[in-house]
Ligand binder design. Structure first.
Ligand code: HEC
Ligand code: HEC
Length: 464
């Protein structure tokens, strides 16, 4: 056995130790080019220094459900996942509409559509009050009738992140305020009754807490009085998902099913994930060089780590807020009095009242950002390249953020142009799963259009 064979054996052993199947298409590994081999070896060794290959692996459909991180109070079952996938996209849940024409026109997927890798394809996602679906980058537009109180459109003053890979994050939202566990213990004074934060008292993790709160915030709380509760197929699915529950169609059970579904939405087909499973040709040499920088010299891994390359930490990186989005014409702040609320700008600090966390936002996951079109918590960057160039320059763009509050790791990186290219190739292409549509339903039991269901959206999506 040559050097290459020895390398491969070491990786295989490391993988069989964590019970991972090895993919068929790597059996003829002798064919890989020599230069590729040395990159593979270097990358395997860098990852070994960062805790080992298994620390970065996502589960695959072949993995048992127990491989997906779950909330102990919401075990993941197939029945919940199947129900949650439908409910996440179910426009018949849109029954707490503020204007009559908004009824049954929106769902979670209105702002988290698969076409944007479950991120909005506009800086500010729009649920009720939006019209159309549009092309990617085009997106929904606000309806004129929703321009004033109390007929506010359902929009937020921050960019919509993805639901993919959320299983690897205990706390949800850019400021991490959802989740009655972990680092949020001690913030109970903020969990005020009558506000979305009251659901932190359930003691659930962030994904579950966001789902139950989000059904309210996004005008879908009244599930018992929606058409969903009348549909036989949903009645059966709720009974199957919650067999011990005599009246299972509740907001909390719907939220738990949605959360179980979200936890199974992982980007396991991305080239880097396939490489981790032993398919060495899954990544190009350039992507491998970019990975070496990511896990090495460029220091990205000190914040972006684990299977989703996120972390449970918050940092001030000086990105602009949503009033600095690169397409400001797609942002409407009238529902917030015309400006970004000061607490939104302050990020984690406004929630924890810890000044050391002022302007800090959650380290996001990094898969499928090619579909995002707007990056950073305010959507001020339009591509991964712009983010990498911004980090390489290390100069804050947000005048609200005092220099003293910026992360000490936010500083010029000194990467050459070729290194920036490599790093971008790794993040944009190496971390891109091109089949996320496998997580979406083709039809809904309600017969409504999937995700968005207003007249223009039905035309755009070609719904019958
Ligand atoms: C009006 C658009 C909109 C709708 C509708 C919507 N979301 Fe979101 N979602 C957002 C925005 C914006 C954020 C970020 C908010 C923040 O960080 O303050 C977000 C955050 C999240 C997150 C946290 C992700 C992370 O990385 O922290 C999850 C999970 C999520 N939404 C799931 C849902 C579910 C489930 C529903 C349906 C019940 C839903 N969303 C409906 C816009 C929307
Ligand atoms: C000090 C911790 C830290 C380091 C080091 C770091 N990041 Fe990040 N990264 C973050 C945080 C926090 C955000 C979100 C900040 C915000 O939106 O305000 C972020 C955002 C991003 C985004 C935008 C994602 C999105 O959904 O908007 C990309 C892309 C990214 N980082 C890539 C990288 C790369 C590549 C490196 C290495 C050059 C790197 N990061 C180094 C913490 C870090």
């Amino acid at each position: 056995m040559g050097r290459i064979g020895a390398w491969w054996l070491a990786v295989s052993l490391a993988m069989s130790a964590c019970g991972a199947p090895i993919e068929e298409d790597d059996v003829n590994h002798q064919q890989a080019k020599l230069s590729g081999h040395s990159l593979d070896k270097q990358l395997a060794s860098v990852l070994a220094h960062n805790g080992g290959i298994h620390r970065f692996r996502l589960p695959t459909p072949a993995s048992p459900l127990s491989h997906y991180p779950a909330d102990p109070k919401n075990p993941i079952t197939r029945a919940k996942v199947q129900l949650g996938q439908l409910l996440f996209h179910e426009t018949a849940l849109g029954v707490n509409n503020v204007r009559p024409e908004g009824r049954e026109t929106y769902s979670c997927a209105a702002c988290h559509p698969v076409q944007g890798a479950f991120m909005a394809n506009i800086p500010q996602g729009i649920a009720e009050g939006g019209s159309g679906f549009g092309a990617v980058g085009d997106g929904r537009v606000l309806l004129a009738a929703y321009d004033s109180n109390p007929d506010k459109p359902d929009v937020l003053a921050i960019r919509t992140p993805t639901i993919a890979n959320t299983a690897y994050q205990q706390l949800m939202l850019w400021n991490g305020m959802f989740g009655g566990v972990g680092d949020n213990l001690g913030t109970e004074a903020k969990w005020v009754s009558g506000t979305p934060l009251e659901f932190n008292h359930l003691g659930l993790e962030g994904v579950e807490t966001q789902a139950v709160a989000g059904l309210g915030v996004h005008r879908m709380a009244d599930i018992q009085n929606s058409r969903v509760a009348q549909i036989k197929r949903y009645q059966r699915m709720f009974r199957r998902a919650y067999p011990a529950d005599p009246a299972p169609i509740t907001r909390l059970n719907a939220a738990k099913a949605i959360a179980a579904y979200e936890r199974t939405v992982v980007t396991d087909r991305a080239p880097f994930q396939r490489w981790l499973r032993g398919v060495r040709h899954a990544m190009t040499a350039q992507e491998k060089r970019g990975a070496l920088l990511f896990f090495g010299k460029a220091g990205c891994v000190s914040c972006h780590s684990g299977p989703a390359l996120n972390s449970l930490t918050f940092h001030a990186m000086g990105f602009k807020d949503i009033d600095g989005a690169w397409d400001p014409s797609r942002v409407d702040l009238r529902p917030f009095g015309g400006t970004v609320p000061a607490d939104t700008r302050r990020g984690r600090g406004a929630f924890t009242d810890n000044p050391a966390q002022d302007f800090a936002f959650k380290t996001p996951q990094l898969y499928n950002l090619r579909d995002a079109l707007f990056l950073g918590h305010g959507g001020s960057k339009r591509s991964v390249r712009e983010v990498v160039e911004y980090f390489n320059a290390g100069v804050s763009e947000n005048t609200f953020v005092p220099t003293s509050k910026l992360s000490p790791l936010f500083k010029p990186l000194g990467l050459s142009e070729a290194e920036v290219d490599d790093l971008v190739a790794f993040v944009e292409d190496g971390l891109y799963d091109n089949k996320l549509s496998r997580y979406t339903p083709k039809h809904l039991p309600s017969g409504n259009c999937v995700g968005v269901n207003d007249p223009q959206a039905r035309l755009d999506k070609g719904c019958k």
